[in-house]
Write a protein that binds this ligand. Structure first.
Ligand SMILES: Cc1cc2nc3c(=O)[nH]c(=O)nc-3n(C[C@H](O)[C@H](O)[C@H](O)COP(=O)(O)OP(=O)(O)OC[C@H]3O[C@@H](n4cnc5c(N)ncnc54)[C@H](O)[C@@H]3O)c2cc1C
Length: 436
């Protein structure tokens, strides 16, 4: 028998999960269903912390089953693989364990309204070797794979120094892409490697033995942000012994090295791809209109043209908002769109006429984390074009508050919320890394 729900949301990330929680609390589990191919949720902007080992997925991951229970929606575990818009149903594929064991069989889910919020994946731009020899930070498993490999490489370097007195034993980490993800990862790794050295790798001197290089194709890192923010980030990275190479076009990646168009070779024991994103490939097979990057085209009310009852939001949606500008793939956009759609569905459920005002993206600025104690960025004012440069502890506090807002949106009761926030702040104030 097919599963069914009035509102089916596919993708429990920054946008989809907030929408499921908001609707579930008002409409209940018989009317709201969330489908995700994972069992637990980690807020994607914190994946660089998972990679560095400063955030433990086993402590911070929020179980979808628990969130469904607390917020009043139904959770279905599995990947969406197909859409039949004529019969208003989606296919949720089988789930198989890593060892090949069948866990769940394929299912059909019928919907009244469908919201697709499946996020984004890496865009390798056809660079040879990028897919095979780099790790991206697009999913929790990638970040965890990076962390375990980092630990292994540090153990190898430590052992070489201890047993063979090998003075050259070191690790070269190359991060490709000097956007927010690459910059945040570089800074977090530098801090984390210091903590690793304190706890278990006493023979490694972090600045000497954990060499971090950030390669950026544009003339400056954080290119979409004001120049002052780039300069401040560059200075902070320099102070942490991180090498930044701008105007660097990567042409190939091999198992232990990265090559650029000027013939430079960068040794790389561990290489991260943070140079671009695109929509997940399966979206192009759903019969929905998609743009060149594979994102689903939606109007400013987040509806897919010509396909009644289907909406998309977040990174996987190509939306030109009410001001005529494309909405950027950012957590704050996903959060706002979830809120916008949620209000529309709640009006509908209450029998009120739809609110015609189209969605308008509000840019509140961008903050880039540079470790536990500092961030840099610019905050947008309400006056057109005005932005304020922010830096240091204050910026760090504002950066953290973005994550807290997400926690607040997905945690059901005040008590649970307060406890989770307290736990969250304590963890972030404690210089610990995950060593196993
Ligand atoms: C390291 C890093 C740092 C970032 N920092 C910031 C920041 O500081 N500020 C900011 O605004 N943005 C930041 N971003 C971008 C931000 O994370 C994304 O824009 C945001 O998460 C997009 O939200 P979403 O809901 O569209 O998708 P996601 O949050 O990516 O969620 C997608 C969900 O869909 C699920 N899914 C995928 N495929 C399927 C399928 N076939 N079936 C079922 N479920 C599926 C996934 O499991 C996931 O739960 C950062 C991103 C990264 C990687």
């Amino acid at each position: 028998m097919a599963l069914q729900s009035e509102i089916v949301i596919v993708g429990g990330g920054a946008g989809g999960l907030e929408l499921a929680c908001k609707l579930g609390r008002k409409l209940g589990p018989s009317k709201v269903m969330l489908v995700d191919c994972r069992l637990y949720h980690i807020w994607k902007p914190s994946l660089h912390e998972v990679a560095a080992g400063t955030l433990d997925i086993h402590q911070e991951g929020l179980s979808y089953q628990m969130l469904a229970h607390d917020n009043g929606f139904t959770f279905i575990y599995g990947p969406m693989t197909a859409l039949d818009s004529a019969s208003r149903s989606i296919t949720v594929g089988a789930v198989r364990a890593a060892d090949g064991e069948d866990v769940l069989h394929e299912r059909q889910v019928r919907y009244g309204s469908l919201v697709i919020a499946v996020g984004s994946t890496s865009n390798y731009f056809g660079v040879p070797g990028a897919r095979e020899h780099t790790i991206s930070l697009n999913a929790t498993e990638d970040a965890e794979r990076f962390r375990l490999r980092l630990l292994r490489l540090m153990a190898v370097a430590e052992q070489a120094r201890e047993e063979r007195h090998d003075a050259d034993a070191a690790l070269d980490i190359v991060i490709i892409g000097g956007g927010a993800t690459g910059v945040e990862l570089a800074a977090e790794l530098r801090e984390a490697s210091g903590v690793y050295a304190t706890y278990g790798f006493s023979r490694l001197q972090v600045q000497r033995d954990v060499r971090i290089t950030l390669l950026e194709g544009a003339p400056r890192i954080l290119a979409p942000l004001p120049e002052r923010v780039s300069n401040a980030a560059l200075k902070l990275l320099g102070e942490r012994g991180i090498r930044v190479v701008n105007d660097c076009r990567v042409t190939a990646i091999e198992p232990q090295r990265v090559l650029d168009k000027n013939g430079n070779i960068y040794p790389a024991s561990l290489c991260v791809w943070a140079a671009g994103i695109k929509a997940p490939d399966f979206l192009a097979s759903l019969g929905l209109p998609v743009n060149k990057g594979g994102q689903i085209e939606v109007d400013a009310q987040l509806r897919v043209a010509g396909v009644p009852g289907v909406y998309a939001l977040g990174d996987c949606a190509a939306c030109i908002d009410a001001s005529g500008n494309p909405v950027p793939p950012r957590a704050q956009a996903a959060h706002q769109q979830a809120d916008y759609l949620g209000n529309g569905f709640l009006r509908q459920a209450a029998g009120k006429p739809p609110k015609e005002a189209p969605y308008r993206y509000r840019d509140y600025g961008s903050l880039v984390s540079l470790g536990k104690t500092t961030s840099v960025g610019s905050l947008m004012g309400s006056l057109r074009g005005a932005s304020w440069f922010v830096e240091g502890m204050m910026a760090r506090f504002m950066y953290t508050s973005l994550h807290l807002m997400h926690h607040k949106a997905v945690l059901g009761t005040m008590r649970t919320g307060v406890l989770a926030v307290a736990r969250f702040l304590v963890r972030r104030a404690t210089p610990l890394v995950k060593l196993h």
